[in-house]
Design a protein around this ligand. Sequence first.
Ligand code: NI
Length: 253
Amino acid sequence: MPIRRIRVFPDPILRKKCRVVRRVDDKVTDLANDMIETMDSAGGVGLAANQVGALQRVVTLHLPGDEDAIVLVNPEIRDTEGEREVIEGCLSFPGFEGMVKRSVTVKARWLDENGSKMKVTTEDLFAQALEHEIDHLNGILYVDHLLEHEKLAAAGSYVDPEEPHMHDVELEVHADHSDEDAEPEESDIEVVHTTIKFSDLYSEDSVDKMQYDLRKAGYVIDPPKATDQTHDHVESDDPHLDGGVLLDHDHSH
Ligand code: NI
């Protein structure tokens, strides 16, 4: 089950319509297994076959909290109800997210990896993922749903101050080079300043390249924010190790 290369915007295959699967055979399940491995290793919730270069109506989903991923062959939306605004991202737009309108309730049907008929009426992330992935099969991308006043932004920049979230963290690490039992001398302690950047989860280059590609295609881009939020400083009396994970840290926006 090899991991496949995820195609990123503006790869033209993302604009192609995928073909209906006539028979759920070994080729289809092999593709689905590769997609699951690719999706899981990228930390994605969903993946459509054209995102890994296969023009077939196959989607994989792995919802957070679910033990197993699911395979959806020829998925179709039967009905939708309601409207809500959600923040969305896509493995084909690494480093970006944007606000889109999605349905509250989605009714869908598909074939599973054994060719059995499945159907669901669902809400929340499952509903959102169904709409997002079935769009992919039709060559539609979430950026197409952004309204004029809504912009793409760097991933992680939509922050609800009430919710737990991540910041760049500046650490001062005191490394003690003295013998284990001896009281450390000042000269034995090496002070290392280090910053864990949330933004480094994506490389700067890939975000820059994606910004360029999106601008060229006429999308409005909110530039990724400068990483000046390095306001956390950890100190400790423990000379052996200074620094650590911040929990319940008071911060403001
Ligand atoms: Ni996507």
